[in-house]
Design a protein around this ligand. Structure first.
Ligand SMILES: Nc1ncnc2c1ncn2[C@@H]1O[C@H](COP(=O)(O)OP(=O)(O)OP(=O)(O)O)[C@@H](O)[C@H]1O
Ligand code: SF4
Ligand SMILES: [Mg+2]
Length: 336
C-alpha cells in the first residue's frame, strides 16, 4: 500500500543523534530520520548493534546510563519528546506511547499481581477508580486471549508462561489507549505458534484501534507479513525505507539486498546465515559510505572512489516514498 494511504505522521524523528561520550566509538545513532503515520505498522530492521533498541528507548525517554542526545528532534503528535520535562515524559509514557519488550518477565514486577500492573496505567493516566479498573482489567486480559482472566488477574508474573506474560504486557501497554506502541523484538523469546498468535493480536489491535506500531525485529518473515513500511538501519542511521512490497521486490541498497538474501538462505538451510564482515567500526568512519567495507556493489560497478569520497544522502529512489542511502540507487523525483 502506498505510504500516503495512511494518516498524518504521528512520530517524526529527524536528524537524531545519540552519543556515548565516554565510550568514544562515534555516535551510536547518527542522523536518523524515521516517520510512523497514524494507523501504520513500520518495521525497523538491521543487524545487532545497528541502534534499533537505542532508538526505541530514546523515544520513551529511557536513555541508558552514559547516553546523550546531541542532536535532532522527535515529534510525537507534534510535541518534541527529546525536549520534554521529566514530568511531561512520565505522562506521555503509557498514555500516548507504550513499549513492549522482548522479555516481559523482566518488565513485570514479580512481587505484584498481574491484574494490578495492568490496572496501574488505567488508574494513573485515565483516572479510573479502583473498582472500575478491576472490571476493565479482566475484560482486557480476556481480550488479549488469556483464559480464565479473573483468576489470572490475581496471579504473579512468575506463574505465567512466556506467551501469557507477553499477553499481559500487551494488555498493560494498551490499557491507557496509547496512540503509538513501540515493540522491541516482542516475540523473539516465544515458540512459533505463540509468536503467530501475539503478532495476530497486535495486528488486530492496529485494525480495531487505529494504533501505530513501530516493530523492531530481526525476522524478515515477520516483517513481510506484518509491516506496511520498512526502515532498514545500519550503523546508526536509516539506509533504506519504503513500502514492504517495494523493499522486498526491489531493494535499492546493497545492505537491504544482503539482509534479504541472508534471511532467505536462513529459511532454506534452517540455520543462521550472516552477512560477511561486521558493523563494528563503521560508526567511527569519518567520510564515505559506512557500508563500503562490506559492499560487493561498489567494486562491481567500479564506483569505490565515489563511495569512499562522500557519504551518500538518503534520497528518493522510487515511488511510494522509497528512499536509499546509496550512490548506486537512481534519483527519482518526489511526487508533488
Ligand atoms: N549501555 C550502553 N553503553 C554503551 N554503548 C551502548 C549502550 N547501549 C547501546 N550502546 C551502543 O549503541 C549501539 C546500538 O545498540 P542497540 O542496543 O540499539 O542495538 P540493536 O540494533 O538494538 O541490536 P540488537 O539487534 O542486538 O538488539 C551498540 O552497538 C552500542 O555500541
Ligand atoms: S554507496 Fe557505494 S559502498 Fe555504499 S552501499 Fe552504495 S554502492 Fe555500496
Ligand atoms: Mg535491540
Amino acid at each position: 500500500m502506498p505510504a500516503s494511504s495512511f494518516g498524518e505522521p504521528l512520530l517524526e524523528i529527524k536528524g537524531l543523534r545519540v552519543d556515548f561520550p565516554e565510550v568514544g566509538d562515534g555516535p551510536a545513532i547518527d542522523g536518523m530520520d524515521l516517520t510512523v503515520r497514524r494507523g501504520e505498522i513500520v518495521a525497523l530492521v538491521g543487524e545487532s548493534g545497528s541502534g534499533k533498541s537505542l532508538t526505541a528507548l530514546t523515544m520513551m525517554g529511557l536513555l541508558p546510563p552514559g547516553a546523550q542526545v546531541t542532536d535532532g528532534t522527535a515529534l510525537l503528535d507534534g510535541e518534541d519528546v527529546l525536549s520534554m520535562s521529566p514530568k511531561r515524559l512520565n505522562k506521555v509514557r503509557g498514555s500516548k506511547v507504550a513499549m513492549l519488550f522482548q522479555q516481559p518477565k523482566v518488565m513485570l514486577d514479580p512481587t505484584a499481581r498481574v491484574g494490578g500492573q495492568v490496572a496501574e496505567a488505567l488508574r494513573r493516566h485515565r483516572g479510573v477508580g479502583r473498582r472500575e479498573a478491576k472490571a476493565r482489567v479482566v475484560q482486557m486480559l480476556r481480550d488479549v486471549g488469556i483464559p480464565e482472566p479473573s483468576r489470572r488477574a490475581s496471579a504473579f508474573s512468575y506463574q505465567l508462561s512466556g506467551g501469557m506474560a507477553q499477553r499481559v504486557m500487551i494488555a498493560a501497554a494498551l490499557s491507557a489507549d496509547p496512540e503509538l506502541v513501540i515493540a522491541d523484538e516482542p516475540t523473539t523469546a516465544l515458540d512459533v505458534t505463540v509468536q503467530a498468535q501475539i503478532l495476530d493480536l497486535l495486528r488486530r489491535k492496529r485494525d480495531e484501534l487505529g494504533l501505530s506500531i513501530l516493530l523492531i525485529t530481526h525476522d524478515l518473515g515477520i516483517v513481510s507479513t506484518m509491516a506496511d513500511r520498512v526502515a532498514v538501519m545500519y550503523a546508526g542511521r536509516i539506509v533504506e525505507d519504503g513500502t514492504t512490497a517495494d523493499i522486498f521486490s526491489s531493494p535499492q541498497h546493497p545492505y537491504t539486498e544482503a539482509l534479504i538474501k541472508a534471511s532467505l538462505l536462513e529459511a532454506d538451510r534452517g540455520k543462521l546465515f550472516s552477512i560477511p564482515g561486521s558493523i563494528a567500526h563503521a560508526r567511527a568512519m569519518e567520510r564515505g559510505c559506512r557500508f563500503l567495507p562490506r559492499c560487493p556493489k561498489a567494486a562491481e560497478l567500479g564506483i569505490s572512489d565515489m563511495c569512499s569520497g562522500a557519504e551518500p544522502t538518503l534520497h528518493t529512489c522510487g515511488e511510494h516514498e522509497h528512499h536509499s542511502r546509496c550512490h548506486a540507487a537512481p534519483e527519482h523525483a518526489e511526487a508533488s
